[in-house]
Design a protein around this ligand. Sequence first.
Ligand SMILES: Nc1ncnc2c1ncn2[C@@H]1O[C@H](COP(=O)(O)OP(=O)(O)OP(=O)(O)O)[C@@H](O)[C@H]1O
Ligand SMILES: [Mg+2]
Length: 209
Amino acid sequence: MIILLGNQKGGAGKSTLCLLLANYLTQRRQRHVIVVDMDYQQSLMSKAEKAKILSGDPPYEVLPASLSQFASIKPVLEKSGDRVVLIDLPGLINDNGLIPVFNSTRLVLSPFSYDAFSVDSTVLFAMVFRKINPKAQLLFIPNRIKNTVKYETRTEVDRVLSKFGHVCPGISDRIDFQRISTVNTPEILYPVVNPILDLIYESYILKYE
Ligand SMILES: Nc1ncnc2c1ncn2[C@@H]1O[C@H](COP(=O)(O)OP(=O)(O)OP(=O)(O)O)[C@@H](O)[C@H]1O
Ligand SMILES: [Mg+2]
């Protein structure tokens, strides 16, 4: 199956969540994973290249692709059998190249944080996505949660986002997130991320496959 990681907001945590999920699926669920890096900065590609030098064979492939190349790789991705294809999208919504990508999926993960810019961008992403693909499940993942977020802000944001999809429990802001590689998620993060990854896997990935 193809899963998209998207949000119009830069720095929302798309690439981080992509890595967390790829590491989780390969290590804890013994699934075959392909990561397609469509981000212009190709941050996952460069992480994968670095990991190759340090640790040898990677546990999953990371392929670079631009939006315009999607049509030519789509048939291969769709024939990926029981592999999980994770597509890390660029942080934009004004490119027609996104239309076939948006239509290729039944599940989209959209990390965001509880600040005004991030929430506006997330709503915009959700509106544009819904126009193009009215059927796929949108799952919003609150990221970089700080203790300072007001309860009323969270409730109000969750209420708005639930018009477009489901809102997951959130991931807190921890410096250790900077140490995730394409080989390994630092163990110290397991208690923070595994309950959310279990939920994404058990209630969404297995359901939409
Ligand atoms: N929960 C978290 N706690 C602390 N830092 C985090 C957390 N999630 C992500 N980060 C950090 O925030 C930065 C941006 O995250 P990331 O690169 O995943 O965002 P992105 O949505 O892929 O951004 P871009 O649009 O630039 O591709 C990274 O330095 C990452 O390590
Ligand atoms: Mg990124």
